[in-house]
Ligand binder design. Structure first.
Ligand SMILES: [Zn+2]
Length: 250
């Protein structure tokens, strides 16, 4: 009888041990599966993020439509956009822009002419060398400080991007003056340029941020969606980037 009890107890312990082992194994495999799932989700998230970049990253990317160029974000001497086209519009001189900006400009000129507004293009793409000549001339006639406020040193001009254009009209005799903003053409760009992907890059009141005096004639192409957002914000591009630079863009 005693021996039987002893065997029974021994089997009980064996059974308990076996059950403990089962519990341990299933807990371990549960944790393992959970861990694998977490790793997968993390990887998916990483892949998804890779499809997007921020506006700030785009602005720093060479050749992007959002590229920021100013007195502190400069272009090298050999930067030349690869998709320049010569515009077939009324102009003071031969004017070139990058293809996408040129197509947007044609759409804008067409829409404006339906409202009786006729632009004259003054200047588009300028090479590093062109800008060097212009800046040197300005320094000779007005001194370096003034030259720096109204024009750019080579490498500092958006015109080298092929994404900037200076517009004028018959009333201005093809010149670039602040009074352009009082002409029908000047008023039209203030109201509609963003719908064609352009912004007035050096707005009134933003001189401290842009580093330039008010230029109602200087338009910069950034694409319709961004141009509309910048216009709505009422900010210049530098201030917009500071505030919304972390926004995702395609
Ligand atoms: Zn300009």
């Amino acid at each position: 009888m005693q021996k039987k009890d002893f065997l029974l107890k021994r089997y009980q312990w064996l059974l308990i041990g076996f059950l403990v082992l089962i519990v341990c194994l299933s807990t371990a495999s549960f944790h393992f599966i959970q861990n694998q799932e977490q790793k997968k989700t993390h990887q998916n998230r990483k892949t998804k993020t890779a499809h997007y970049t921020t506006l700030k990253e785009k602005a720093a990317q060479s050749g992007s439509l959002e590229q920021l160029v100013n007195k502190t974000h400069t272009l090298s001497r050999d930067y030349v956009p690869q998709d320049l086209v010569t515009l077939n519009v009324k102009s003071v001189r031969a004017v070139q822009l990058r293809k996408e900006a040129a197509e947007a400009l044609y759409r804008m000129f067409d829409a404006a002419s339906k409202n009786g507004v006729t632009f004259v293009a003054n200047s588009g793409y300028r090479s590093y060398g062109d800008q060097e000549k212009i800046f040197t001339q300005h320094v000779q006639t007005m001194g370096e400080a003034k030259a720096n406020a109204i024009s750019s040193k080579p490498g500092e001009s958006e015109h080298q991007l092929g994404l900037a254009i200076d517009l004028t009209c018959a009333e201005m005799s093809g010149d670039l003056q602040q009074s352009f903003d009082n002409t029908a053409e000047g008023k039209w760009v203030q109201a509609h340029a963003q719908d064609y992907g352009f912004i007035i890059r050096f707005p009134k009141g933003a001189e401290a941020q842009t580093g330039y005096e008010y230029e109602p004639w200087h338009l910069r192409y950034v694409g319709v969606s961004l141009a509309q957002k910048i216009k709505k914000s009422g900010l210049c591009y530098e201030a917009y980037l500071k505030k919304y630079g972390a926004d995702r863009v395609k």
